[in-house]
Design a protein around this ligand. Structure first.
Ligand SMILES: Nc1nc2c(ncn2[C@@H]2O[C@H](COP(=O)(O)OP(=O)(O)O)[C@@H](O)[C@H]2O)c(=O)[nH]1
Ligand SMILES: [Mg+2]
Length: 350
């Protein structure tokens, strides 16, 4: 059995890579399983895999390291229910110290598994971080950098979104800082690029030699606590409800930017099947395929640098704006707003 762990900051492209890989491998006849992970409970990513019949499980309410038994139970379930040969496990984007708290315990307690770890980074955010030109709080950047430090394989992702010149500049900066690592410059939507990543993690036999991080848990916890989480399921009703949904999504995005809340990941799932994502560098509005519908279920997962109260207020204001401006009704269903707690890993192996 192979277990591929993916770490990396919010919005760096982990779920997309797993999704693309799963489709490719299932087509090639492989038995795969996916484990997603989040601090919240009502989650866009799990909904997406479920909707596409990709065998998947989720570890909710906290990271893998603080819920190790849950992770292990889910691995077992994927083995028993689907005879999974390859399992992709995506750790929540605010989490780090995976080698000491997840990878080493897996190598110890699942000796039959070959485990890899790759860390994803959005090339645009990475470039800003390497140039000290990003506005996230330094404790959040501490997490971002620790994620890169601990992996041997770094996937510099979304290279299709930058020019050849910018890419060259990033390559130079990475070479200076992470010259000892395997660095893949990837466009996850390009099958060749994806295949290259899959071959790299497949052949990776270095995971057992990875060293645990030197990390200050107080700074790590402060970084996590500066991010606010909001999960909200809602319903948009009215004539052409998808149009109303599009207005609402873009209103929430614009309000978030206007308030100056740095976006980790702002994602929406529309009627369980269409995902819309805004990350730190998104500059374009969402454009939905407007089919005639009178009701749309919308799930929102918001992870931004703010407080739970502030983003709850923001969502309510955005809903009011849309209701006042157009002829739609918005019904708010399940909601959770919080900050991640202090990370308390079950195992920490040095
Ligand atoms: N253009 C481009 N977009 C990407 C790529 N990989 C991921 N994305 C987009 O980045 C956003 C966040 O991706 P997601 O996989 O949800 O990030 P995660 O939070 O790390 O799981 C989504 O809108 C993806 O479509 C890529 O290689 N190129
Ligand atoms: Mg994800």
């Amino acid at each position: 059995m192979k277990i591929h762990l993916l770490s990396g900051f919010l919005g760096s492209g982990k779920t997309t890579a797993i999704h693309q890989a799963a489709r490719q491998l299932i087509q090639a006849g492989q038995k795969i399983g996916v484990i997603t992970n989040d601090q919240g409970m009502i989650l866009v990513d799990h909904g997406l895999f479920k909707n596409q019949d990709i065998p998947s499980r989720q570890v909710i309410n906290g990271c893998f390291c603080c819920n190790y038994q849950d992770l292990d139970n889910n691995i077992q379930a994927l083995l028993e229910e689907y005879q999974a040969e390859v399992i992709f496990a995506e750790s929540v984007g605010s989490c780090t110290d995976i080698v000491a708290t997840v990878l080493k315990p897996l190598l110890l307690y699942r000796p039959d598994a070959v485990v890899s770890l790759s860390t994803f980074a959005d090339v645009r955010l990475l470039q800003l971080v390497l140039k000290d030109a990003v506005s996230f709080d330094e404790t959040i950047l501490y997490i971002f950098k620790k994620q890169l430090e601990e992996a041997k394989i770094i996937v510099v992702n979304k290279i299709d979104l930058i020019s050849a010149e910018v890419l060259q500049n990033v390559q130079q900066l990475i070479q200076e800082k992470y010259g000892d690592k395997i660095v893949l410059y990837q466009n996850t939507f390009d099958p060749e690029s994806l295949k290259n990543w899959l071959e790299t993690i497949d052949a990776d036999s270095r995971a057992a030699k990875l060293e645990s991080l030197q990390i200050d848990y107080d700074t790590y916890a402060q970084g996590e606590a500066r991010l606010a989480w909001l999960d909200q399921s809602m319903e948009v009703t009215g004539e052409n409800a998808l149009q109303g949904t599009e207005y609402l999504i873009n209103e929430i995005y614009h309000k978030t930017v206007a308030q100056g809340y740095n976006i980790g990941h702002l994602k929406f799932l529309i009627d369980g099947e269409t995902k819309v994502s805004f990350t730190n560098n998104t500059q374009v509005e969402a454009q939905l395929n407007i089919l005639p519908k009178s009701s749309v279920n919308l799930l929102l997962n918001m992870r931004v640098e703010s407080t739970p109260e502030e983003i709850q207020h923001l969502i309510r204001e955005a809903c009011k704006t849309i209701e006042n401006q157009y002829d739609y009704k918005l019904l708010l269903h399940q909601e959770a707003a919080f900050q991640p707690g202090y990370p308390k890993p079950v195992f920490r192996m040095s």
